[in-house]
Design a protein around this ligand. Structure first.
Ligand code: SF4
Length: 468
């Protein structure tokens, strides 16, 4: 269990002051997932609203915000590195550390030389008001139970795809995960607000909108939603999918990760009835061994996972389905890992995101059996990463010679003296495609004939020809 820290600590430390007459400058550095990135942009906006000028990290800012992640211990270590880097660019800057790591280990962060403000989850949206004055050093961290508001956030992937955060927090008890302790209970944006925000994104050029959340499938049904609006009938992600399709003019919508137990028939049918929702599902599995799933305290077992995937395949014949898998969970035996691999072999998956288990202080998993050695974790990770690459190639190959709509990014990838610049994009079912850069088609959806897989590259990517 986590130890709650005092709310406010202050002690003197050097403070940066903006140059007289000039707007103070702020730079935000975000670690972690797309959702955190969207939060980082919203935090930056709170500074812009107070008259700050946003600048890049390297330009030298008066205030640096490090928006942290705490999924692995690597993410924790990176925070200290980013603080050092910021102070190299601007030795007198104020450095505020926020985000998941700040909520979980505020005292640890306060020890990092140069950090002037540490703010937890409930307070990260009012940083301009919290920056310590007169050279103080401050830790503001309320218990996570006080993080009850939903704060909207969105970000741009490649200037054609927008990530729209519609849900935050999680009510689940997975034994290895710190997210409920770092981000709070599950709570969502109001349906009307999501629709309006999606319309605004389209007005600003979004061609594809990706719905994101910590536990997206829980949209509208979390503890936070039930507490705030107890009288309202619960409308979930299926209702949101239908309304977005009916009311918002985006060319494409995509769902980010949805837990298998929440990917129910109602949601699948809503996606099926809304053809602008693409046939791509990312469904966390974590382990293909039921005994490991039980220790992880996941809310499903392999039979439900398989049943959901087969149903999806039935409804969406050319669907792309991806999964997260974690290797090296405490006590994971060779037999359990083998069972996981056999289970994966039996599923219609197109790719995996493979993670090695990482010890997270305060989680129950740490006491759940003998630790798997780092060598074993790395080995198992390698085995599944190779498995994923083969599956991805195999999935991609089934589309050889087909013409599919591709949404190209605006950006050009520079060529060499023998080859022209290229542009890249995705088909609805998440095949990565590149073709010769043509400003006429950059940022739009165009039919592309898939010629061949790009040889000699580690990612699976089609080379194609525009047939418009
Ligand atoms: S579903 Fe489990 S792993 Fe995912 S955020 Fe919630 S507690 Fe963490």
């Amino acid at each position: 269990m986590m130890v709650e820290t005092p709310t406010v600590l202050e002690h003197p430390l050097g403070q940066a002051l903006p140059v007289q007459g000039k707007a103070p400058r702020v730079a935000v550095y975000t670690l972690g997932c797309k959702l955190n990135y969207a939060d980082g942009l919203s935090i930056r906006k709170t500074f812009e609203d107070q008259g700050y000028e946003p600048v890049s990290f390297e330009e030298g800012a008066d205030v640096y915000i490090i928006n942290t992640c705490s999924v692995t211990d690597k993410a924790d270590r990176k925070c200290a590195k980013v603080v050092r880097q910021a102070l190299r660019y601007a030795p007198n800057a104020q450095v505020a550390v926020v985000g998941c790591y700040a909520q979980l280990r505020p005292d640890e962060i306060a020890q990092i030389p140069g950090v002037t403000l540490v703010a937890g989850t409930a307070d990260k949206w009012r940083l301009p008001q919290l920056l310590p004055e007169g050279g103080a050093h401050r830790v503001v961290r309320r218990p996570i139970q006080e993080a009850l508001d939903f704060v909207p956030a969105q970000s741009w992937g490649d200037r054609t795809r927008a990530f729209l955060k519609v849900q935050d927090g999680c009510d689940y008890p997975c034994s290895y995960c710190t997210i409920p302790a770092a981000r709070g209970i599950s709570r969502s944006d109001r349906m009307d607000s999501v629709i309006q925000r999606a319309k605004d994104l389209v007005k600003n050029g979004a061609v594809e909108i990706v719905l994101t959340g910590v536990n997206l499938g829980d949209f509208g049904k979390g503890k936070g939603d039930r507490d705030r609006f107890p009288q309202e009938p619960r409308q979930g992600l299926d209702a949101l999918v239908r309304r977005l399709h009916q009311e918002v003019d985006a060319e494409r919508f995509r769902l980010s990760s949805v837990e298998p137990n929440l990917l129910d028939e109602a949601l699948l049918l809503a996606v099926k009835e809304s053809p602008r929702f693409v046939p791509h599902f990312h469904i966390p599995l974590q382990s293909g061994s039921d005994t490991v799933l039980a220790r992880m305290r996941r809310r499903y077992r392999t039979d439900l996972y398989r049943e959901r995937l087969l149903r999806i395949q039935e409804l969406f014949p050319e669907v792309c389905i991806g999964a997260d898998v974690m290797v090296g969970f405490p006590g994971e035996t060779d037999a359990e890992f083998e069972a996981c691999k056999n289970f994966l072999d039996s599923l219609p998956l197109a790719y995996l995101h493979v993670f090695s288990y990482s010890e997270r202080p305060g989680t129950d998993a740490m006491a759940m059996g003998e630790a798997v050695t780092n060598e074993q974790r790395a080995l198992r990770n390698q085995v599944l990463t190779r498995w994923s690459l083969e599956r991805e190639r195999h999935f991609a190959e089934t589309f050889r010679g087909r013409t599919l709509p591709v949404l190209f990014e605006n950006e050009a990838y520079p060529g060499s003296k023998d080859s022209p610049s290229t542009m890249r994009g995705y088909t609805p079912n998440y095949l990565r495609v590149e073709t010769v850069y043509d400003p006429l088609w950059a940022g739009s959806v165009v039919p592309v004939y898939l010629n061949q897989l790009v040889p000699g590259c580690t990612e699976v990517r089609w080379s194609g020809t525009i047939v418009a």
